[in-house]
Design a protein around this ligand. Structure first.
Ligand SMILES: Nc1ncnc2c1ncn2[C@@H]1O[C@H](COP(=O)(O)OP(=O)(O)O)[C@@H](O)[C@H]1O
Ligand SMILES: [Mg+2]
Length: 360
Protein backbone atom coordinates (compact mmCIF):
# COMPACT_ATOMS: atom_id res chain seq x y z
CA UNK A 1 0.00 0.00 0.00
CA UNK A 2 2.99 2.29 0.58
CA UNK A 3 4.38 1.35 -2.84
CA UNK A 4 1.05 2.08 -4.55
CA UNK A 5 0.79 5.49 -2.90
CA UNK A 6 4.42 6.35 -3.68
CA UNK A 7 3.83 5.57 -7.36
CA UNK A 8 0.72 7.72 -7.42
CA UNK A 9 2.75 10.59 -5.95
CA UNK A 10 5.52 10.20 -8.53
CA UNK A 11 8.04 8.78 -6.05
CA UNK A 12 9.84 5.76 -7.51
CA UNK A 13 10.19 2.80 -5.15
CA UNK A 14 12.19 -0.41 -5.03
CA UNK A 15 11.50 -3.27 -2.62
CA UNK A 16 13.93 -5.58 -0.80
CA UNK A 17 12.03 -8.75 0.09
CA UNK A 18 12.38 -12.48 0.60
CA UNK A 19 10.04 -13.67 -2.13
CA UNK A 20 8.50 -12.56 -5.43
CA UNK A 21 5.11 -13.58 -4.02
CA UNK A 22 5.12 -10.82 -1.41
CA UNK A 23 2.36 -8.24 -1.88
CA UNK A 24 4.83 -5.36 -2.38
CA UNK A 25 6.80 -7.33 -5.01
CA UNK A 26 3.56 -7.75 -6.99
CA UNK A 27 3.26 -4.00 -7.56
CA UNK A 28 6.80 -2.57 -7.59
CA UNK A 29 10.28 -3.48 -8.81
CA UNK A 30 12.02 -5.66 -6.25
CA UNK A 31 15.32 -7.29 -5.31
CA UNK A 32 15.29 -10.62 -3.51
CA UNK A 33 17.26 -10.67 -0.29
CA UNK A 34 17.20 -10.71 3.48
CA UNK A 35 17.14 -7.27 5.18
CA UNK A 36 18.83 -8.89 8.21
CA UNK A 37 21.92 -9.77 6.12
CA UNK A 38 24.41 -6.95 5.68
CA UNK A 39 25.52 -8.52 2.36
CA UNK A 40 21.96 -8.11 0.98
CA UNK A 41 21.05 -4.87 2.72
CA UNK A 42 24.16 -2.83 1.93
CA UNK A 43 23.95 -3.03 -1.90
CA UNK A 44 20.21 -2.40 -1.72
CA UNK A 45 20.53 0.67 0.53
CA UNK A 46 23.38 1.97 -1.66
CA UNK A 47 21.02 1.93 -4.65
CA UNK A 48 18.29 4.18 -3.14
CA UNK A 49 18.04 7.72 -1.79
CA UNK A 50 16.12 6.91 1.38
CA UNK A 51 14.59 3.76 2.88
CA UNK A 52 11.77 2.70 5.19
CA UNK A 53 10.31 -0.63 6.36
CA UNK A 54 6.87 -2.22 6.64
CA UNK A 55 7.70 -4.46 9.60
CA UNK A 56 9.69 -3.40 12.67
CA UNK A 57 11.04 -6.88 13.32
CA UNK A 58 14.37 -6.54 11.55
CA UNK A 59 17.81 -6.39 13.11
CA UNK A 60 18.16 -2.69 13.86
CA UNK A 61 21.95 -2.98 14.38
CA UNK A 62 22.40 -4.41 10.87
CA UNK A 63 20.26 -1.61 9.39
CA UNK A 64 22.19 1.01 11.34
CA UNK A 65 25.55 -0.38 10.13
CA UNK A 66 24.42 -0.56 6.50
CA UNK A 67 22.95 2.93 6.67
CA UNK A 68 26.15 4.38 8.14
CA UNK A 69 28.36 2.59 5.58
CA UNK A 70 26.55 3.88 2.51
CA UNK A 71 25.08 7.12 3.89
CA UNK A 72 21.47 6.29 2.92
CA UNK A 73 19.15 7.32 5.71
CA UNK A 74 16.47 4.96 7.01
CA UNK A 75 13.28 6.33 8.60
CA UNK A 76 12.00 5.79 11.24
CA UNK A 77 15.61 5.70 12.47
CA UNK A 78 16.87 2.14 13.16
CA UNK A 79 17.73 3.07 16.77
CA UNK A 80 14.09 4.01 17.41
CA UNK A 81 12.89 0.89 15.60
CA UNK A 82 15.12 -1.12 17.95
CA UNK A 83 13.72 0.61 21.05
CA UNK A 84 10.09 0.14 20.00
CA UNK A 85 10.38 -3.42 18.63
CA UNK A 86 11.24 -4.63 22.16
CA UNK A 87 8.30 -4.47 24.58
CA UNK A 88 10.62 -3.80 27.50
CA UNK A 89 12.49 -0.83 26.03
CA UNK A 90 9.19 0.41 24.58
CA UNK A 91 7.67 0.48 28.07
CA UNK A 92 10.76 2.32 29.36
CA UNK A 93 10.37 4.87 26.56
CA UNK A 94 6.70 5.45 27.51
CA UNK A 95 7.63 5.79 31.19
CA UNK A 96 10.38 8.27 30.31
CA UNK A 97 7.84 10.60 28.64
CA UNK A 98 5.23 10.16 31.36
CA UNK A 99 2.83 8.47 28.96
CA UNK A 100 0.34 6.35 30.94
CA UNK A 101 0.64 2.62 30.29
CA UNK A 102 -0.41 -0.51 32.19
CA UNK A 103 1.83 -1.36 35.17
CA UNK A 104 4.52 -3.80 34.04
CA UNK A 105 7.66 -5.66 35.06
CA UNK A 106 10.41 -7.55 33.25
CA UNK A 107 10.26 -11.36 33.22
CA UNK A 108 13.34 -13.34 32.28
CA UNK A 109 12.77 -16.67 34.03
CA UNK A 110 9.87 -18.92 35.13
CA UNK A 111 10.54 -17.69 38.70
CA UNK A 112 10.12 -14.06 37.61
CA UNK A 113 6.83 -15.08 35.97
CA UNK A 114 5.50 -16.47 39.27
CA UNK A 115 6.52 -13.32 41.15
CA UNK A 116 4.89 -11.11 38.50
CA UNK A 117 1.70 -13.21 38.48
CA UNK A 118 1.35 -12.80 42.23
CA UNK A 119 2.19 -9.08 42.08
CA UNK A 120 -0.57 -8.65 39.44
CA UNK A 121 -3.11 -10.33 41.73
CA UNK A 122 -3.44 -13.48 39.62
CA UNK A 123 -4.57 -11.71 36.42
CA UNK A 124 -1.65 -10.85 34.21
CA UNK A 125 -0.83 -10.51 30.54
CA UNK A 126 2.57 -11.87 29.52
CA UNK A 127 4.07 -10.62 26.28
CA UNK A 128 7.15 -11.80 24.42
CA UNK A 129 9.65 -8.95 24.28
CA UNK A 130 10.06 -9.26 20.52
CA UNK A 131 8.27 -10.54 17.40
CA UNK A 132 4.70 -10.44 18.76
CA UNK A 133 1.87 -9.34 16.47
CA UNK A 134 -1.85 -10.08 16.01
CA UNK A 135 -1.92 -11.71 19.44
CA UNK A 136 0.94 -14.14 18.67
CA UNK A 137 3.22 -13.51 21.61
CA UNK A 138 0.52 -12.27 24.03
CA UNK A 139 -0.68 -14.61 26.79
CA UNK A 140 -3.45 -13.80 29.25
CA UNK A 141 -2.82 -15.75 32.48
CA UNK A 142 -5.63 -16.08 35.01
CA UNK A 143 -4.77 -19.37 36.73
CA UNK A 144 -1.78 -21.32 37.98
CA UNK A 145 -2.31 -23.91 35.22
CA UNK A 146 -2.06 -21.19 32.60
CA UNK A 147 1.03 -19.91 34.37
CA UNK A 148 2.82 -23.29 34.16
CA UNK A 149 1.93 -23.61 30.46
CA UNK A 150 3.58 -20.23 29.94
CA UNK A 151 7.05 -21.28 31.04
CA UNK A 152 7.23 -23.43 27.87
CA UNK A 153 7.02 -20.22 25.85
CA UNK A 154 9.83 -18.49 27.70
CA UNK A 155 12.83 -17.87 25.47
CA UNK A 156 15.60 -15.26 25.32
CA UNK A 157 15.35 -12.29 25.62
CA UNK A 158 12.30 -13.03 27.77
CA UNK A 159 8.97 -11.37 28.35
CA UNK A 160 7.27 -8.58 30.19
CA UNK A 161 4.26 -9.02 32.46
CA UNK A 162 1.48 -6.42 32.52
CA UNK A 163 -1.49 -5.98 34.74
CA UNK A 164 -4.68 -7.21 33.05
CA UNK A 165 -6.64 -4.05 32.18
CA UNK A 166 -10.44 -4.15 32.33
CA UNK A 167 -10.89 -1.71 29.50
CA UNK A 168 -14.26 -0.42 28.35
CA UNK A 169 -13.00 -0.11 24.79
CA UNK A 170 -9.79 -0.06 22.79
CA UNK A 171 -8.88 2.97 20.73
CA UNK A 172 -6.08 3.86 18.36
CA UNK A 173 -4.53 6.64 16.33
CA UNK A 174 -1.64 7.18 13.96
CA UNK A 175 0.65 10.21 14.21
CA UNK A 176 3.04 11.31 11.48
CA UNK A 177 6.11 13.54 11.85
CA UNK A 178 8.09 14.96 8.94
CA UNK A 179 11.80 15.80 8.82
CA UNK A 180 11.14 19.48 9.53
CA UNK A 181 9.32 18.58 12.75
CA UNK A 182 5.66 19.01 11.76
CA UNK A 183 3.49 16.48 13.61
CA UNK A 184 -0.14 15.64 12.96
CA UNK A 185 -2.52 12.98 14.24
CA UNK A 186 -5.30 11.17 12.39
CA UNK A 187 -8.45 11.01 14.53
CA UNK A 188 -8.88 8.56 17.38
CA UNK A 189 -10.95 5.54 16.38
CA UNK A 190 -12.50 2.69 18.32
CA UNK A 191 -10.92 -0.67 17.52
CA UNK A 192 -12.49 -4.06 18.09
CA UNK A 193 -10.23 -7.05 18.62
CA UNK A 194 -11.33 -10.67 18.16
CA UNK A 195 -8.88 -13.32 19.41
CA UNK A 196 -6.38 -10.49 20.09
CA UNK A 197 -6.45 -9.36 16.44
CA UNK A 198 -8.11 -6.32 14.96
CA UNK A 199 -11.54 -7.07 13.44
CA UNK A 200 -12.84 -3.55 12.81
CA UNK A 201 -12.13 0.12 13.33
CA UNK A 202 -14.72 2.90 13.61
CA UNK A 203 -14.52 6.65 14.05
CA UNK A 204 -13.96 9.40 14.63
CA UNK A 205 -14.48 9.32 18.40
CA UNK A 206 -14.83 12.48 20.42
CA UNK A 207 -11.51 13.96 21.50
CA UNK A 208 -11.60 14.31 25.28
CA UNK A 209 -9.23 16.38 27.42
CA UNK A 210 -7.36 13.19 28.32
CA UNK A 211 -6.83 12.38 24.64
CA UNK A 212 -5.56 15.93 24.01
CA UNK A 213 -3.07 15.59 26.88
CA UNK A 214 -1.92 12.28 25.50
CA UNK A 215 -1.39 13.81 22.05
CA UNK A 216 0.77 16.53 23.58
CA UNK A 217 2.97 13.96 25.37
CA UNK A 218 3.34 11.82 22.28
CA UNK A 219 4.25 14.92 20.28
CA UNK A 220 6.99 15.66 22.82
CA UNK A 221 8.30 12.10 22.53
CA UNK A 222 8.37 12.25 18.72
CA UNK A 223 10.05 15.65 18.69
CA UNK A 224 12.68 14.92 21.36
CA UNK A 225 13.52 11.56 19.76
CA UNK A 226 13.52 13.19 16.29
CA UNK A 227 11.17 10.47 15.01
CA UNK A 228 10.36 10.59 11.29
CA UNK A 229 7.41 8.76 9.68
CA UNK A 230 4.13 7.24 10.85
CA UNK A 231 3.67 5.69 14.28
CA UNK A 232 0.70 3.57 15.41
CA UNK A 233 -0.58 4.08 18.95
CA UNK A 234 -2.97 1.56 20.57
CA UNK A 235 -4.81 2.55 23.76
CA UNK A 236 -7.06 1.16 26.45
CA UNK A 237 -9.93 3.34 27.60
CA UNK A 238 -10.68 2.20 31.15
CA UNK A 239 -12.24 3.39 34.38
CA UNK A 240 -8.71 3.98 35.66
CA UNK A 241 -8.12 6.32 32.70
CA UNK A 242 -6.37 6.13 29.38
CA UNK A 243 -3.37 3.84 28.95
CA UNK A 244 -1.14 3.26 25.96
CA UNK A 245 -1.16 -0.46 25.14
CA UNK A 246 1.53 -0.42 22.48
CA UNK A 247 3.37 1.58 19.84
CA UNK A 248 4.27 0.43 16.34
CA UNK A 249 6.97 2.38 14.43
CA UNK A 250 5.23 2.21 11.05
CA UNK A 251 1.92 2.57 9.24
CA UNK A 252 -0.76 0.73 11.16
CA UNK A 253 -3.79 -1.46 10.42
CA UNK A 254 -6.05 0.80 12.50
CA UNK A 255 -5.47 3.69 10.04
CA UNK A 256 -6.08 1.80 6.78
CA UNK A 257 -9.42 3.64 6.62
CA UNK A 258 -7.46 6.82 5.74
CA UNK A 259 -7.04 5.45 2.18
CA UNK A 260 -10.65 6.37 1.47
CA UNK A 261 -11.66 8.71 4.29
CA UNK A 262 -8.87 11.31 4.08
CA UNK A 263 -7.42 13.39 1.29
CA UNK A 264 -4.00 12.04 2.32
CA UNK A 265 -3.75 8.44 3.53
CA UNK A 266 -1.34 7.27 6.22
CA UNK A 267 0.65 5.54 3.46
CA UNK A 268 1.03 8.75 1.45
CA UNK A 269 1.86 10.73 4.59
CA UNK A 270 4.50 8.21 5.67
CA UNK A 271 6.14 8.11 2.21
CA UNK A 272 6.15 11.93 2.02
CA UNK A 273 7.61 12.25 5.53
CA UNK A 274 10.44 9.76 5.02
CA UNK A 275 11.21 11.26 1.58
CA UNK A 276 11.83 14.66 3.16
CA UNK A 277 8.66 16.35 1.88
CA UNK A 278 6.74 18.78 4.05
CA UNK A 279 3.42 17.58 5.54
CA UNK A 280 0.23 19.48 6.18
CA UNK A 281 -2.79 18.39 8.20
CA UNK A 282 -4.91 15.86 6.25
CA UNK A 283 -8.63 16.61 5.83
CA UNK A 284 -11.46 14.12 6.23
CA UNK A 285 -13.72 13.31 3.27
CA UNK A 286 -16.64 12.04 5.39
CA UNK A 287 -18.20 12.42 8.83
CA UNK A 288 -17.99 8.72 9.61
CA UNK A 289 -15.54 6.01 8.60
CA UNK A 290 -14.86 2.35 9.26
CA UNK A 291 -12.53 -0.47 8.28
CA UNK A 292 -13.31 -4.19 8.47
CA UNK A 293 -10.45 -6.69 8.18
CA UNK A 294 -10.92 -9.67 5.86
CA UNK A 295 -9.45 -12.47 8.00
CA UNK A 296 -8.74 -15.98 6.75
CA UNK A 297 -11.01 -18.74 8.07
CA UNK A 298 -9.04 -21.80 6.95
CA UNK A 299 -5.63 -22.96 5.73
CA UNK A 300 -5.72 -22.95 1.93
CA UNK A 301 -3.93 -21.67 -1.12
CA UNK A 302 -5.40 -18.57 -2.69
CA UNK A 303 -5.48 -18.14 -6.43
CA UNK A 304 -6.83 -15.24 -8.45
CA UNK A 305 -10.07 -13.89 -7.03
CA UNK A 306 -13.19 -12.28 -8.45
CA UNK A 307 -13.45 -9.03 -6.48
CA UNK A 308 -16.86 -8.52 -4.87
CA UNK A 309 -18.85 -5.53 -6.13
CA UNK A 310 -19.02 -2.77 -3.52
CA UNK A 311 -21.92 -0.44 -2.75
CA UNK A 312 -21.33 3.31 -2.96
CA UNK A 313 -19.15 4.45 -0.04
CA UNK A 314 -17.39 1.08 0.36
CA UNK A 315 -13.93 0.16 -0.95
CA UNK A 316 -12.45 -3.32 -1.33
CA UNK A 317 -8.69 -3.80 -0.72
CA UNK A 318 -7.00 -7.17 -1.31
CA UNK A 319 -3.34 -7.83 -0.54
CA UNK A 320 -2.54 -10.69 -2.95
CA UNK A 321 -1.23 -13.06 -0.27
CA UNK A 322 -0.95 -16.55 -1.76
CA UNK A 323 -2.05 -18.46 1.34
CA UNK A 324 -4.93 -18.12 3.76
CA UNK A 325 -4.68 -19.17 7.40
CA UNK A 326 -7.25 -18.83 10.17
CA UNK A 327 -7.11 -15.22 11.37
CA UNK A 328 -4.60 -14.07 8.72
CA UNK A 329 -5.19 -10.55 7.36
CA UNK A 330 -5.89 -10.99 3.63
CA UNK A 331 -7.47 -7.64 2.84
CA UNK A 332 -9.88 -5.07 4.25
CA UNK A 333 -12.95 -3.06 3.43
CA UNK A 334 -13.10 0.67 4.04
CA UNK A 335 -16.41 2.48 4.28
CA UNK A 336 -17.44 6.10 4.65
CA UNK A 337 -20.84 7.43 5.68
CA UNK A 338 -22.90 10.20 7.25
CA UNK A 339 -21.99 8.93 10.72
CA UNK A 340 -19.57 6.44 12.28
CA UNK A 341 -22.37 3.91 12.82
CA UNK A 342 -23.54 4.17 9.16
CA UNK A 343 -19.99 3.56 7.98
CA UNK A 344 -19.52 0.57 10.29
CA UNK A 345 -22.80 -1.02 9.18
CA UNK A 346 -21.79 -0.66 5.52
CA UNK A 347 -18.29 -2.08 6.15
CA UNK A 348 -19.78 -5.06 7.96
CA UNK A 349 -22.31 -5.72 5.20
CA UNK A 350 -19.63 -5.60 2.51
CA UNK A 351 -17.20 -7.75 4.54
CA UNK A 352 -19.91 -10.38 4.97
CA UNK A 353 -20.52 -10.34 1.22
CA UNK A 354 -16.76 -10.64 0.51
CA UNK A 355 -16.39 -13.61 2.89
CA UNK A 356 -19.37 -15.39 1.35
CA UNK A 357 -18.16 -14.83 -2.20
CA UNK A 358 -14.43 -15.45 -1.79
CA UNK A 359 -14.57 -18.30 0.77
CA UNK A 360 -11.09 -17.57 2.10
N1 LIG B 1 -2.71 -5.59 29.72
C1 LIG B 1 -3.76 -6.02 29.02
N2 LIG B 1 -4.99 -6.14 29.61
C2 LIG B 1 -6.06 -6.61 28.91
N3 LIG B 1 -6.01 -6.97 27.60
C3 LIG B 1 -4.83 -6.86 26.96
C4 LIG B 1 -3.65 -6.38 27.62
N4 LIG B 1 -2.64 -6.37 26.71
C5 LIG B 1 -3.16 -6.81 25.56
N5 LIG B 1 -4.47 -7.13 25.67
C6 LIG B 1 -5.37 -7.59 24.59
O1 LIG B 1 -4.63 -8.34 23.65
C7 LIG B 1 -4.59 -7.67 22.38
C8 LIG B 1 -3.23 -7.89 21.70
O2 LIG B 1 -2.20 -7.40 22.54
P1 LIG B 1 -1.13 -6.38 22.01
O3 LIG B 1 -0.25 -5.99 23.14
O4 LIG B 1 -1.80 -5.26 21.29
O5 LIG B 1 -0.25 -7.27 21.03
P2 LIG B 1 -0.18 -7.39 19.44
O6 LIG B 1 1.18 -6.89 19.09
O7 LIG B 1 -0.32 -8.84 19.18
O8 LIG B 1 -1.27 -6.53 18.86
C9 LIG B 1 -4.91 -6.23 22.70
O9 LIG B 1 -5.44 -5.54 21.58
C10 LIG B 1 -5.93 -6.39 23.83
O10 LIG B 1 -7.21 -6.72 23.31
MG1 LIG C 1 -1.76 -4.64 19.36
Amino acid sequence: MMALEAHRLGIAVKILCASAAEPAAQVAPFVLGDPNQLSDLLPFLSSVRVATFESEFYDSAVIETASRKCGTQVFPQPGLMGLIQDRLTQKELLDRYDIPTSPWRPVSSPQDAVVAYIAMNGRAVFKKRRFGYDGYGTFVVKSENELSALSLQMAAPGMIAERFVRFTREIATVAVRDQKGTVFFYPFVETKQKDARCLWVNGPIKETKALKTLKARITTLLSKENYVGAIGIELFDSEEGLMVNELAPRVHNTAHYTQNAFHMSQFAAHILAVSGERLSEPSPLARGFAMWNLLGSQARELSEIHPPMMESGAFFHWYGKIESRPGRKLGHINAIGKSPSDALALAKKMATKAARQLKY
